[in-house]
Design a binder for this molecule. Sequence first.
Ligand code: BG6
Length: 520
Amino acid sequence: MTATPLRELTAPAAGWRNPLRDPRDRRLPHIAGPSGLVVFGVTGDLSRKKLMPAVYDLAHRGLLPPGFSLVGFARRDWADQDFAQVVHDAVEEHSRTPFREEVWQQLSEGMRFIPGDFDDDTAFTRLRDTVEDLDRARGTSGNYAFYLSVPPRFFPKVVQQLKKHGLADAPAGSWRRAVIEKPFGRDLASARELNAIVHEVFVPDQVFRIDHYLGKETVQNILALRFANQMFEPIWNRSYVDHVQITMAEDIGIGGRAGYYDGIGAARDVIQNHLLQLLALTAMEEPIAFDAESLLTEKLKVLKSVELPEDLGRHTVRGQYGPAWQGGAEVRGYLEEDGIDAGSTTDTYAAIKLGIDNRRWAGVPFYLRTGKRLGRRVTEIAVVFQRAPHSPFDTTATEELGQNAIVVRVQPDEGMTVRFGSKVPGTSMEIRDVTMDFAYGESFTESSPEAYERLILDVLLGDANLFPRHQEVEESWKILDPIEGYWAAHGRPATYASGSWGPKEADEMLARDGRSWRRP
Ligand code: BG6
């Protein structure tokens, strides 16, 4: 046996990471080290409703370092105090945790605002000087994440300016990261273009693409449910599963987002990212470890195995919400929304059938649907099982028995439902569906962090597990592009009434397969 030199025992080995900061160790508290966040597009809705409140919530939970600094960059003539006031209002209105003066005091001391255009060199020089000042004054140690909460057309300019002003390159011993919000392009070609622009400046490990669904507790729980338990995985395959339904329904319309939404539509807005990520997590094989690389490997395999139906006209549906009377008032249809062209063919509803061409899932359809202004807000993944191969009971006994199902309730009412048949009490044998429920609210005292809290913290920790990589983005566009192409060449979307469950064509699409949509 060779003795280990003392120096090797005392000095951290190359690549050693403090376990307290090791993002792979889930048992320990994750506290971000010295760092700052620079947000471009800080005056936008996302920033006000999600990002700023999430930063405050992290501070409130003690997960940010004492000298944490927040720099806003936007085209407003604001001083630092004006910015702090805007953040203050956003926090009071939208944060999850209660407002505490001492938390706010500490956080607001590290707030700075840089007014300027993205092509204004002096503004980027001021940004660099500010970052250096904060390093000295608050000990941020040169560690900065740049959050691009701006429309993609501004990406090239912002990343080039970061490069030009020396902000993209981390000083020795520190890090620089870029955080990118969706949409990651509007098709495969534009996604590749966007990626090339970002990677001219940042290497892949520096880039964190946000898909906020992956920051949701219930979405991460899909992996816990499947791979930390023994009872689900043996039946999670084509031998037992009849089909899978993934639903993301919203009751809201497009609100003030016409500029973004029109021409993009429901499928590009949420199927390309959120729903295909849910599909990948539901269908993937067990990763060899819970780390970014292993998760990517397995998710990619699923996305690459996705098969489109041959007849897209029969197995996809797009819809657009029309006007309706709800609660005694008229709700405007999509075409009457402010900023929408009267002839717009943008989809506000989309339903598609996909297959996964591998040994586990061959022949099992995955139905994905999403829509605005549907009956209620609900996201769920329903794994619907085949009927028992044989029944010893009279057919009358099982008349009211549906198919067994495991439903992951992503939101609201986060939890899981298992549906199965049970004998109805009484003298005859009658079997009816019952459910067994797990609800986060009842099983845990811990409250769930908001998706953005989790994701911003992960960026600061350098933990990339919950961020899609570019390969996944590309594979997702490869799935969607032919569908969008088909739709573009085939007339208008079907109309559905606001408050309904989508166009009748979507019901017909499932009926042709002898199935029906769940009414969650
Ligand atoms: C966003 C979409 O990614 O997700 C929006 O752009 C959608 O159109 C939103 O409303 C829904 O997010 P959540 O977390 O409320 O389900």
